[in-house]
Design a protein around this ligand. Sequence first.
Ligand code: ADP
Ligand code: MG
Length: 505
Amino acid sequence: MSILQNNVLEPMGPTALAPFFDDPEEGLEKIFGFSSFRPGQREVIDQIASGRNALVVMPTGSGKSLCYQLAGALTQGVTLVVSPLIALMKDQVDGLRATGLPATAIHSSMSRDEQRRRIEGMYLGDYKVVYVAPERFQSAAFCRALEDVEIGLFAVDEAHCISQWGHDFRPAYRRLAAVRERFGDPQTVALTATATERVRRDIGEQLGIGEDEEILGPLERRNLYFDVFFAGGKDDKLRRIKALVEDYAGESIIVYVATRKQVAQVTSKLATMGVNAEGYHGGMPGKGRRQIQESWMSGQTDVLVATNAFGMGVDKPDVRAVVHYNIPGSVEAYYQEAGRAGRDGEPARCLLLFNRSDLRVHHWFAENAFPLRMQVIRIWLHLCSLGPGPHEYTPKELARAARGPGQKLPPRMAEASLRHLARAGHIRYGGGSVEVLHEVGPLELNIDFSAFADLSITAKEQLGQIVTYANTQRCYQATLLDHFDSSPSFGARCGNCGRCRELRA
Ligand code: ADP
Ligand code: MG
């Protein structure tokens, strides 16, 4: 039942629903205290102010939040912001509160009562900007309650998560198309740091944003020095990292590795070489993980060895180097992760360590990442039959227990099934235990099996593209920008990468 159905609540007097300003410059100064726009921001705000939608692709750190926050302040109604991480929302909300733009967040880690109070507040015009996690829209009651709210602007942050062709697909983002329709197609702005043409069109089609409404900011990062090091093997890689760490004594570095196992291995190897390093991955318990993150954020730890679970929403401006110990799965993933270096605009390095044998892991993954529908369903039904609470398992045991008579269910497919179930929000798993979050019938699983074949092919294509990058004879940064159809202001050569230096020499 809608919380507002039996109470007739009428907004009274002036509320946050009215526009705060007419003039963007005034808003920029009064809300944010900035004297000028960064490149691209004004264009985005003007386009929204003119009543159009926008798909914004601008690099990390370029100030995308301000675009929808300020546009929201200039618009009638509430700006509803979809954001993937609770930690990210908290930072943004605290920031806005400090500026005097009334903002809040609604997410699963607050009580139902608190969520309801905030939705009521939205209706009453207490907030101008409200952050929600995409998972919130899975609640029918939540959607119903929002129907009574005047949504002036629908902002989708990290919008590449909407696309299966992107590098960080989140099934909960899939619902946003339906959500948007339900709210009467509100004016929409989608924002991301990296999106190929295919991903941009996918976002646009789902959120009703036209090709002519795309705003592609300059993606180049002049302060980043891109390089590729062809490593003979592990020891070679570690030596290279050690040399880099010595160049940046006491400064912050991220080393991305491919697997959780490698996090432990590389961290301990580096530690024995005298490097001040700690490891981080998504399977670690929340508390320890937070401590490790904080210790790195505050500069106590120099080198963070992490899987790609680390990074989104981590806004550390003075990262001096991002090293990829293994080749990542796509150029998008690489540019996003490497781009976490040098957000302060000071010189920083992005180093890819390349060894052909690393490709095997990716190929294996592309072959084994997509289980058959029947296999996933078997696993799911078995997990549901275990009852509530976390259960200990090994993939082997799980595969044996779940497989039907005469059926094949290799442990690697059991693992892959768990990954898909976790990604779709049906289970939580890690560290040898698995927990069903909410039981649904096998046909209600939020997994798009029909896309699996295509995804497997795409994964191989994307890997081919990053391998091409690693082996390019051209300017590294120009090659990366090409991939995103972004033309660099520097022309064919950035003058500041491993290749440009060779060409100069
Ligand atoms: P993005 O989402 O594009 O990665 P953010 O929105 O997090 O970037 O902004 C990065 C930083 O830039 C923030 O600290 C923000 O306050 C700052 N910033 C944004 N716009 C401006 C501006 N016009 N002038 C000065 N600083 C700005
Ligand atoms: Mg952002």
